[in-house]
Every structure is written in structure tokens, then in C-alpha cells.
Design a protein. Sequence first.
Length: 585
Amino acid sequence: MTAQDASRVPRFGREFFGAGETFTRIGAGALGGKASGLDLVRSRILNRLDTGAFPGLEVCVPTLTVLTTAVFDAFVQRGELRAVVASEPPDDRLAHAFQQTALPAEFVGDLRALIAQVRSPLAVRSSSLLEDALEHPFAGVYGTKMIPNNQADVDARFQRLTEAVKYVYASTYFRGARHYVRSVGQDPEGAEKMAVIVQEVLGRRQGDRFYPTVSGVARSYNYYPTGHARPTDGVVSLALGLGKQIVDGGLSWSFALPYPNAPPPFGDARDVLRNTQKRFYAVNIGRPPLPDPIRETEFLVHPGLDVAESDGTLRWLASTYDPQSDAFRPGVQGRGARALTFAPLLRGGTVPLVPALRQLVELSEEAVGAPVELEFALNLDPRRALPARLGFLQVRPMMVTDARVAVEEADLSAPDVVVASTRVMGNGERFDLHDVIYLKPGAFVARHTPEIARELEAVNRQLTEGGRPYVLIGFGRWGSSDPWLGVPVEWAQINGARVIVEAALPNMNPDPSQGSHFFHNLSSFRVLYLTVPNGDGGRVDWAWLDARPARSESAFVRHVHVTRPLAARVDGRQGRGVVTHGGTD
């Protein structure tokens, strides 16, 4: 949406709730990609939704106002921040410089009026000009900050809001964002401008925490179908609490849209307990933490399921393990272990969540003209489930290719196979891969994954500066925010990889990466992605890799270079992929 198009969005009238308008703007500039997507939702999707088919379920875009790019332009220009940005300082120094700069005076009154009347948590979200484009959706590149907004003093609430806005502005030029923008052929100082969404957080207060009952991501295309599901059936991932749990690659519960009650792809009850959500994100509305305006998670807490159970929010989400039957029973009953299977919600039929998501996905695909990913939050009545409120938080296009690449079952066991997988993402082939970076199986320790991420960054920088794409092989989930599930890399730390492999170890075998932000970086850069879980018919030829001389080697990471290029082929139609070598160097 251009700046001219944004003019049809009503101006903020200094009332946030109860003003009749739930989508407004401050400033005359552009809305940015994320806000434009939400405008599409309200103008071309929700007004076509058959709300009568979902009694008791309100579907909406939570109330928001957008600080257009005009506010950002004035802030950067008057604060003389271009010189600061051009010097590319570390993120913390950059963020401090932005925090010390005053917001443009002509827009401060609107923000002050907003915060004076609102006493519930707010999400301050990025909406840049480059976000949510089909070719390169900038998912997770920029900052989002939740603020509790519950202080009695208006001045204190106003300060927290302005700090959050400035944090999002600064994230436009953080190191990871600069690397990403340059990797897609853009100039981070010239091409990008930032609008900011200030939006109500859908949820309910539970003690010192505020969070929705459920957050979710729905995709119209599923790269990892199981059972009877097809890729075009789509997939939904659900989590308790704020959606950060899903988009950052934490454990969540996934199912194909047509089969919400299908048994999960786990071997036994212990496997279920290992692979379901253990903690959740919430806004801290209790005792405020020490001020830290340049930290994105300043006002978030991450408690365990025992806290959620004491809050009473597991009733519609959890199942209880019954040792006599060695099975899980829907609901919270007895003293058995709890697992977030969402069975009471999905099987009971009380809340028409799945039918609503099916229709929303279909309407969104029609409106966008491509496969889509939706983010949403659901708030249930704690006693009766209904009435419930389903908040539509984002729509973005997915990149799905249809090139025909054939990988037959016999190819998986060929003698020249380095990696073979029956669970892949993407579709295509590459024949220009002379480098492999892999984590050493015998040295891998989960508690060292942050250190491993830093080691990978150094090798990645060397290869990207030389224009050398490479194969990356590791364990667990790449890009997970939980270091015990995999290596918590940011995209900028591995952005030269064009084939990425998730292998498994006996003590680390989570489901494949489904983190929304990381996922979109993979698809937009057409990275071929292969997973090799335990007992799934795939393999990694570690002996062949170890036999190659090392270009560099550290305690955890090994880099090898081969004269004859490796070939990578991924057949997205049949869900197979291989990386093969061209013989011994």
C-alpha cells in the first residue's frame, strides 16, 4: 500500500477504544507491509467471512493505529540519525542513540492521548515498506515489543510507549536487518522505511501475567505432511500464550487443517511429552523489571505449564497421561503428566476454531493470489469457552515453487549420497556447492548451542564475502529460540547456506523447524531444506565428511571444501531430497 493509498485509512481521532474506528493512522505517509496486510484483512477478507457459521466466535483485527512512515522520516531527519546509521555501530549503541532522540512534536500529542485512555497491554510492531513482499517477506527481521501499559502514572505509560516505538525504529538498522536487506539486493539506508503498529494485545489477565489462551499460525501449504495429509491441505500450529512461542521456533502442536483429530506422529506417550510445549510467553503485568528499553523481551515472562494450570488456562488445551492405559485423556484430571495436545479444543466441537480457520485461509488465498500464512490469537471464556474472540494478526504470502525435480526412492540409498531425506522443504536443485559446514556429532552438547551459533557466524561471513554458497548440517531445530531444541542462530549468521540439513541425535530429535520467521527466510531465499530424524529412513554420511580435509575446525564446527561440487536435489512433490558427491577429490 502506497502513501496515497493510506490516505483512505481514517486518521487517529484521539480515541483508541470505543471510537467506532478500529483501524486508524497517525501521519500522512505509508502504512508499510504488515499494516497493509491487516488493512487487506479487514477490507477484503473479514467482510466476506460467514460469521453465522461460527456462533459465539468473534473474528476481528484487534484495534490498532499505525504511525506511518512520515513519522519515521521526521524522527530520523530531525534527530540527525543518518550519520549514526551510516557508521554501522553495534546494535546496543545504535539503539541508545535512537532512544536519546525525541519523537516529532506534531505526533506526540496523538500518542499521549492514546496512552492516557488505554490501560491494557499493547504490542508495538514493525511494518516496514519491504515487509511481507512475496519475493522476500521480511518475517522476523525487525523488532516487536510488548508493553504492559498498566502503570497508574500516565507519564510512565507514555515513556514506555515511546521507548518501544524508538526500539522498533532502531531495529530497522540492526545488524541482522542490514545483512538481510543487502542479501536481497537493497540498500538498508535508502530503500527501507519503517511504519509502526500500536495494537491491543488479545488476552486476559491471569495474576501477574497477561496472555491469550491460544496463539497460532495457519499455512495453506504444508511442507511436512504426515499420514493422509497432502501439502495443499495446509497446516496449523497452536501454542499456549503469546505467539512468540511459535514464530521463534519453540515447541508447538501441529495438525493438517482437514484432520485436526489425526493421531500425532509420535511413537509413544514419552515422545509426546518430550515434543509438546513446556513453557509459554506472557506479558509481565506484575512487578516491573529493571528498565532495559533496548531489549525486545523487556516485559515478557516465560513460565512453565504449572503456572498456566494454576491460572486455569489448561482446561481447554491439555491432556492428562493415564499410566494404566498408557494414553492421554483430554482435559486436566488427576495427577498425571500434562501435555498440550489441544484435544479438548479440537475434538470437543465447542469452539468452531478449525472451520473458521479453513474459511479464513481460503479467503486469504483468494485475496492475496498466492499460498498464505496467517497469524492469530484466540481468547476463550475460562469457564464455558464461548464466547470467544479470534484475533487475525497478520497475513503474508508464501513462496511455493512447482518446478519438477525427480528424486526416486532408489536415489536415497545410492553410494554417492552424503545426505538423504524423506522430509524436505522446497523444490529445486543446485550443482554449485563446494563447501560444507557441519556440527561434529561427537562434540555436540546442547548447552553450548549459543557458542556454536557464534562459531558458525564467523565461517558464514568468510564464505558469503567470497560468494560461496554452502551446505549446512546440524542437529535439532535451526533458528530455535530455545537452545535445548537446536542452535539459536539468527538468519544473518547462516545466510550464505543454500542447503540446510536438520539431523538428529539420540538426545535431540524434535519435530522439524516450524518457526514462522525462520521458515519464511528459507522459502524466500529458495533454500533447500532436508530433515533427517531418527528412524525415518534418511541418513548423513558422517564418515565421508570426516574423511575430507578441514579448511577450518573448532571445538564444535568443521568446514570442508571439495573440488568436485556437490549436487543437491529436492523433490517437493514426493517429499524426498538428496545431497550427493561427485567422487573422491
